[in-house]
Design a binder for this molecule. Sequence first.
Ligand code: DAH
Length: 360
Amino acid sequence: MTMQDPTETETELLAAVNGADTLDALEQVRIGALGRKGRITDLMKSLGGMSPDERRAAGPALNGLKDRISSAIDARREAMETSGLEARLRQEGIDVTLPVRPETNGSVHPVSQVTEELVAIFADMGFELAEGPDVEDDFHNFTALNMPPEHPARQMHDTFYLTPDESGAQRLLRTHTSTVQIRTMMSRPPPHRIIVPGRTYRSDSDMTHTPMFHQVEGLVIDRATHMGHLKGCLIEFARAFFDIDDLPYRFRPSYFPFTEPSAEMDIGCSRADGELRIGAGDDWLEILGCGMVNPRVLENCGVDSSVYQGFAFGVGIDRIAMLKYGIPDLRSFFESDLRWLRHYGFSALDVPTLAGGLAR
Ligand code: DAH
């Protein structure tokens, strides 16, 4: 094998190294020079066929060549990697001086907002959250609440009934959250202090009625719970909810089959020039129904009414949301119109938590 002039080889290889413009191309040059069949490797192999004198002269020269080409390849690789990184940094860098893009935030529906407000107020008073099913049976929705089958109050509920099953039993969509009073009292012994927000259903639709709406039910049962507790609790609630310390109120006698005596609570308002203002004026606005739990209801649930007594109340969540936030039409609550939601919705940061809410 005739040995190529090492100087010429070096010139060619250095040109190839500097001409490689990708890491792959550079790797090909390295293999071509220093790989198992590379040009420098071949030269090194040829040392074996030389006389000792020739080898002594050629050896150091070839080693020098090998080192210089290796270093040139390494230097070229490092330069390419650095410039690649710089290019990436330039391309992927963030310009912190750019103005932010407008974000479209979701908002909290007034019903969710007001539910959270109610729960937070009653939780502060030591109430516990309870829930029950939307699809109910006649017993929990009516009979146990002292509305036996022929009771006239049933007619007022415009009930949605489901198709009867094989046994003839007909389930229904609960017409009020009072069902959960029954479920709670039948599932564990007193004392009870629960608050029950949830969906309710009646076949009705106009400005202030929708087939689905929301109520919150309250129930307090203990040995010595009396009407004074009922009034104190509900006055406290109304003042906290409407955020008016001296909110005028009155309790009017009323009738519910499940309470005795029964009352409705009104708060003071004015309606000057068609504009409703809460907390001032000489007019009244009904906000809830309440009463001392009828001993018959206690007995229906297996609670000894000679030992235990207590009060209950029911509030329309949508209704008090309309009052507090000045929303005129109940039907708009359930139309999912995004313009309406943007207008009447709340920021997630305004929703109160049990710790009092971030925005307070
Ligand atoms: N369940 C009643 C309704 O749907 C509201 C109600 C009134 C609940 C008085 C009560 C109560 O617990 O004591 O209209």
